[in-house]
Design a binder for this molecule. Structure first.
Ligand code: UD1
Length: 337
């Protein structure tokens, strides 16, 4: 049996691919290469010692997808990452985001449902917005999305939930990631931000490398212990492991409900200033930063209650924040050299 990974050459998809392959699970990776690079394939091969099957295909293209499923009739599970993910871009190009992220999901479901192929869907803690209670549990009331990107995750979850209700033989897990950071310890794969990074860690590592003049800390007078925003930063390798264990759980019919939702986080809230300090102590490098205005629309505090995934699936985060930040730095030092 093979596992299809859509967006398999992207940041999270490529790390999941290495862990699956190292667990002797056959994979088929597809990607449009719109926001990823073909060199990632060499990175995966160099880490695992196996050349993964790769096809340059858009999940939204019905004919190409039908051909793929004909070529690999033994695909027995799908992990779906392929989606656009820039919050700012989604605000200026909403239709492009709705078309791509929801069109491709529906296209995939048209094949998965009649064939009872289980799905793991890449969702985000963005669906919670500013949660009323902390740490955030999966049954927290969801807020209206603050961007079209966030809305595609929310609507995507709802589409899958409705399909599972209507088709009891179709099973899915929705994984709500908190803030993935870091890279594979080999520094052979990692995150390639497009243009100026919008996320904290790639901006920080590029600043330390000298590619950006200074890191701006967005907001300093929030109602938090040091005044800066708090997030739950999770090592991408821990996140990858969560996919492998969720897949195993689904394929072995251990799920109680046809559609289950899980937070994937460490459970620890870390402020922006704490993250900067941890980076400095993990790497011995100084981070040039200045306090700046708040970023409009930012959530102030978000960290997971990860107890449900631990209880049902048995997964919990293993890496420390320092290990994650050190791996992000090693990757930054290596790219484009
Ligand atoms: C962002 C997205 C979210 C997405 C998630 C995936 C926004 C508004 N939200 O979340 O939808 O699911 O990434 O990883 O973009 N910060 C700075 N300076 C910077 C960059 C960030 O101080 O240059 C701060 C932010 O204010 C925030 C923290 O660092 O407090 C983390 O920011 P970021 O990495 O952008 O992640 P999120 O905002 O959590």
């Amino acid at each position: 049996m093979k596992i299809l990974i859509t967006g398999g050459l992207g940041y999270i998809g490529s790390h999941v691919a290495t862990v699956l392959i190292q667990n002797d699970i056959d994979t088929v990776l597809i990607d449009t290469l719109e926001n990823s690079r073909i060199q990632v394939l060499e990175g995966i091969e160099s880490i695992t010692g196996k050349a993964p099957v790769f096809r340059k295909i858009d999940v939204g293209e019905e004919i190409e997808m039908n051909q793929l499923f004909e070529e690999f009739p033994d695909i027995g599970g799908v992990i779906h990452f392929a989606a656009y993910k820039s919050v700012g871009e989604s605000v200026s190009q909403p239709l492009r985001y709705y078309n791509n992220n929801l069109g491709s999901l529906q296209q995939l479901l048209k094949y998965l449902i009649p064939n009872s192929i289980p799905l793991i869907f890449s969702s985000s803690c963005t669906v919670y917005g500013q949660s009323e209670t902390l740490p955030i549990r999966e049954d927290e009331q969801l807020k209206s999305a603050t961007s079209p990107y966030g809305n595609t995750k929310k609507i995507g979850e709802q589409i899958i939930l409705d399909c599972c209700k209507a088709n009891p033989n179709f099973n899915a897990i929705l994984l709500r990631y908190f803030n993935p950071i870091g890279a594979h310890s080999s520094a052979k794969i990692g995150e390639y931000p497009n243009g100026v990074p919008q996320n904290l860690v790639p901006f920080l590592t590029q600043t330390v490398k000298g590619l950006r003049p200074i890191l701006k800390v967005f907001g300093y007078s929030y109602d938090t212990p040091d005044g800066t925003c708090i997030r739950d930063y999770i090592h991408v390798m821990d996140l990858a492991q969560a996919h492998v264990e969720s897949l195993d759980y689904l394929l072995n019919n251990k799920n109680q409900e046809t559609c289950e939702v899980y937070n994937v986080g460490t459970g620890k809230g870390v402020s922006v200033l704490e993250l900067i300090k941890s980076f400095e102590s993990a790497t011995g490098k100084k981070v040039p930063f200045e306090i700046s205005d708040p970023r409009p629309g930012d959530t102030i505090v978000a960290y997971a209650d990860p107890s449900k995934i631990k209880l049902n699936i048995g997964w919990m985060a293993n890496y420390s924040l320092e290990e994650a930040l050190l791996s992000a730095w090693k990757w930054e030092e290596k790219i484009n050299q």
